[in-house]
Design a protein around this ligand. Structure first.
Ligand SMILES: Cc1cc2nc3c(=O)[nH]c(=O)nc-3n(C[C@H](O)[C@H](O)[C@H](O)COP(=O)(O)OP(=O)(O)OC[C@H]3O[C@@H](n4cnc5c(N)ncnc54)[C@H](O)[C@@H]3O)c2cc1C
Length: 410
């Protein structure tokens, strides 16, 4: 085979398949080397099996701070319109649910299928059950890709081996970091992101999973580092739910620097201060011969009530008249500021994405390694992570397509 226009893609996940298509559309011969026995294992479990493949409202602000400047340009080049166009060209019908894009089939498997069908149509070759171990630069501006079983020569390599997040069966073992470092690239420290947070607080409900709409603010001391709104889930081991996951990457970075993180949960986020004061006054006027527990039964979730009473060391059987109005007011206001100390994050297996990765400063605008011309780095392997809501797959398509076109045109 002539090496003139031969591209090897290491990793057949979202970014790798997209890159393979883009390179093949430019006329390159493409071989995808995948260490699993099939491509797109993680992709087929995204979005709870429905694949939230992009978001109409995407902007660079949806990505970690370090990447925002570069993301602006990348999204201008291959933003959500280009993603929609790309999938339309593969025959995938997409629907929007409040801006969150899904295949109309409701099956993430459809996304994998249309990508694989297009690869087949373009003559992309697949090598399964081989793990890329190393890339060696040769004198003739070509590369040798060494796997655990074979060696392959090519003109360009696209590294799309993903990060560390998700079940290990999906192939997320972080192999690409070492391969890139061998080629002179540097890596920003990695952390699990979009991940539940752990707490050793013994007052957390013993029931698994109390869910409630809340505003949650993460703090170092009293200094706010992130605030989110949505359905928070509180379990014996900690907190999760979309708002917690959204903040988890920032929290993980601070925890790794040894900074203690506390969160404050407001279970009445829809109430202004005045409205809440009125509510409290109304409830205090009910202070007849009822018991405290009876008042709280109608006020909030029973497990949250239990948690508050446990923290304040007050019995639900206490008569309201004995509680007293200032104590009652103090109890009710607690629901707007429940403090939970965060002890860590759940591990990578429970994470949806990796924060950190190959430094963007080591890559050109075409995602080509500055230290190794002809080697491209895409997807989760890069130091880019986005919010939950289709933004991480958007990055996989954006980086995959831009790098694929460039590699295919070399
Ligand atoms: C449970 C879950 C749900 C998610 N849901 C969503 C969602 O709805 N929307 C969204 O935007 N994002 C979602 N994500 C994140 C999204 O899946 C990732 O951002 C995306 O898959 C990253 O694509 P990638 O191509 O970089 O890596 P991957 O998709 O992880 O692909 C990497 C591929 O490389 C292969 N590989 C690894 N090492 C080697 C090697 N040495 N040699 C050969 N092959 C190798 C792996 O086997 C794998 O096939 C979810 C993640 C998880 C875990």
């Amino acid at each position: 085979m002539s090496l003139n226009n031969h591209v090897i893609v290491a990793g057949g996940g979202a970014s790798g398949l997209c890159a393979a298509i883009a390179a093949a559309r430019k006329g390159a011969t493409v071989n995808v080397i995948e260490k699993n026995d099939t491509c797109g294992k993680k992709l087929s479990m995204t979005g709870n099996g429905r694949c939230n493949l992009a978001n109409l409202n995407v902007s660079s602000d949806d990505y970690n701070e370090r990447s925002r400047n570069r993301m602006k340009n990348w999204l201008e080049e291959f933003g959500v319109d280009r993603v929609a166009e790309f999938f339309a060209s593969l025959g995938l019908v997409i629907v929007s649910e409040d801006g969150y894009l899904y295949p109309i089939s409701g099956q993430a498997g459809s996304v994998v299928s249309v990508l694989m069908n297009e690869c087949q149509r373009l003559g992309v070759e697949f090598t399964y059950n081989e793990q890329v171990k190393r890339i060696i630069k040769n004198d003739d501006r070509a590369y040798t890709v060494k796997t655990d079983k074979n060696e392959y020569n090519c003109k360009a390599v696209i590294l799309a081996t993903g990060g560390l997040a998700g079940p290990k069966t999906t192939g997320s073992t972080g192999d690409g970091y070492y391969i890139c470092e061998q080629l002179g690239m540097s890596k920003k420290d990695t952390f699990p992101a979009l991940v539940p947070l752990l707490s050793e607080d013994e007052t957390l409900p013993s029931e698994s999973g109390v869910r409630s709409i809340a505003r949650i603010t993460f703090m170092i001391g009293e200094g706010e580092i992130a605030t989110e709104y949505g359905e928070v889930q509180i379990t014996r081991n900690g907190i999760s739910g979309i708002p917690v996951m959204q903040a988890s990457g920032v929290v993980a970075e601070h925890l790794a620097k040894g900074r203690p993180i506390t969160c404050s949960i407001d279970f009445f986020p829809g109430y202004s201060e005045n409205e809440f004061e009125e509510l409290v006054n109304r409830l205090m006027n009910l202070s007849d011969d009822r018991k405290l527990g009876e008042l709280l039964d109608g006020f909030c979730n029973s497990h949250i009530n239990e948690m508050v009473l446990k923290r304040m060391k007050i019995s639900r059987g206490m008569k309201l008249k004995n509680v007293g109005s200032s104590m009652l007011s103090c109890i009710l206001y607690k629901y707007r500021d429940i403090r939970v100390e965060i002890s860590g994050t759940a591990d990578y297996k429970k994470a949806q994405v990796t924060r950190g990765g190959i430094s963007l400063g080591d890559l050109t605008d075409k995602l080509e390694a500055k230290s190794a011309e002809g080697v491209f780095v895409v997807g989760e392997l890069c130091d880019v992570d986005g919010r939950c809501g289709g933004y991480n797959l958007q990055w996989a398509w954006t980086s995959g397509y831009i790098a694929g076109e460039a590699a295919g045109s070399l």
